[in-house]
Design a protein around this ligand. Structure first.
Ligand SMILES: NC(=O)C1=CN([C@@H]2O[C@H](COP(=O)(O)OP(=O)(O)OC[C@H]3O[C@@H](n4cnc5c(N)ncnc54)[C@H](O)[C@@H]3O)[C@@H](O)[C@H]2O)C=CC1
Ligand SMILES: Nc1nc(=O)c2c([nH]1)NC[C@@H]1CN(c3ccc(C(=O)N[C@@H](CCC(=O)O)C(=O)O)cc3)CN21
Length: 293
């Protein structure tokens, strides 16, 4: 239900523009699920392929290849700290260019407390020269609207500026992909801070796909994302009803209400389909139909 009592401008078209070029995320294991859902995902949609421990490079490459073959735009993730050697990274990148004609990547440090190879963080991988001359249009970097449990805020802002400068030197545009969240307020406040610091990159706001309470809480705990009872209740879920499920309807409506395209610059949504890629694709298509009705 839209709440227009707060005196803020409601731009009905802004949920539409947020959803216009939304992106989705999958893992290497989701290839069959993607094939099944492909018919209801708009052609050309950017589909990120997470870089999870325990998945082989071969499987990640296969996934990127299928994403391209199905008519979508693959954006593989690379976790810098999980790369064992330069040769390993080179092999993966060459495969991605040859088999999936990638134009986008997302580079993140990753969770390992100690790097497994030569790249300590996203910046060192970007500066390594390995991304040069691949014909990349854009590289995604992380954003943390609610901060990061292990990394201090000054270090996060410094890293964002450094990555922006390093990518500008390579002639590659930067996009920002945020950690998922359940609450529009900190997200929009943070977008303002990004813009105030002179960064005009496209920001893809990470939101969960429709999923049950238990799944959302599991991922929130694993990824260091706050999910208090208050926030979850605003999101549409009661923590006392563990069988409950919810989609990001309220969160997206709240974002749409708070976003001012003039002030907040280019924004779109990125779905983390914790409940499955088909369910998320269906949810987006139903949400759009409901908006159009
Ligand atoms: N946003 C997302 O979708 C994902 C985020 N991650 C997270 O990636 C974090 C950091 O990656 P980026 O945001 O790309 O940071 P980054 O590479 O831009 O580094 C930012 C700052 O944090 C330090 N740092 C990086 N990784 C760290 C770690 N694991 N532990 C302690 N300090 C670290 C760096 O030295 C640097 O000062 C990981 O700890 C993990 O929580 C992992 C996978 C996906
Ligand atoms: N700090 C941090 N670390 C991460 O690894 C991380 C984030 N943040 N933010 C969001 C992304 C998205 N991530 C993920 C991780 C796992 C699956 C996944 O589907 N994993 C399993 C299912 C496991 C389960 O349901 O618990 C799989 O089949 O591989 C999806 C996205 C990891 N990501």
């Amino acid at each position: 239900m839209l709440d227009v009592t707060q005196g803020q401008a409601v731009a009905p078209e802004s949920a539409g523009s947020l959803l216009e070029s939304f992106s989705l995320e999958m893992t290497a294991k989701d290839v069959v699920a993607l094939e099944e859902a492909a018919g209801i995902i708009p052609p050309g949609t950017r589909i990120a392929i997470a870089f999870l421990p325990g998945e082989t490079f071969e499987a990640r490459l296969k996934a990127a290849e299928r994403v391209r073959a199905l008519g979508f735009d693959p954006a593989p993730h690379i976790s810098a700290r999980r790369i064992a050697s330069e040769a390993e990274l080179r092999g993966f990148l060459e495969g991605l260019v040859a088999k999936a004609s990638i134009r986008r990547l997302f580079v993140v440090a990753g969770d390992p407390p100690v790097p497994e190879g030569p790249y300590e963080d996203a910046l060192s991988l970007i500066r390594s020269g390995m991304l040069n001359d691949l014909g990349l249009e854009s590289v995604g970097v992380s954003g943390y609207p609610e901060g990061h449990p292990e990394i201090g805020s000054p270090a996060l802002w410094q890293a964002m500026r450094d990555k922006r400068d390093a990518l500008a030197d390579l002639g590659i545009s930067m996009t920002i992909l945020t950690q998922f969240g359940f609450d529009a307020r900190p997200i929009v406040d943070w977008v303002e801070q990004v813009r105030e610091s002179g960064i005009d990159a496209l920001i893809r706001i990470g939101v969960p796909g429709p999923a049950g309470v238990k799944t959302l809480l599991r991922f929130a705990a694993r990824c260091g994302v706050g999910a208090s009872a208050k926030v979850m209740s605003r999101y549409g879920l009661s923590l006392t009803q563990l069988m409950g499920t919810a989609g990001p309807d309220r969160l997206i409506e709240d974002l749409a209400r708070r976003v001012d395209p003039e002030r907040h610059g280019p924004l779109s949504l990125h779905f983390y389909p914790f409940g499955g890629i088909a369910k998320t694709a269906e949810w987006v298509s139903d949400f759009n139909a409901r908006k159009a009705a």
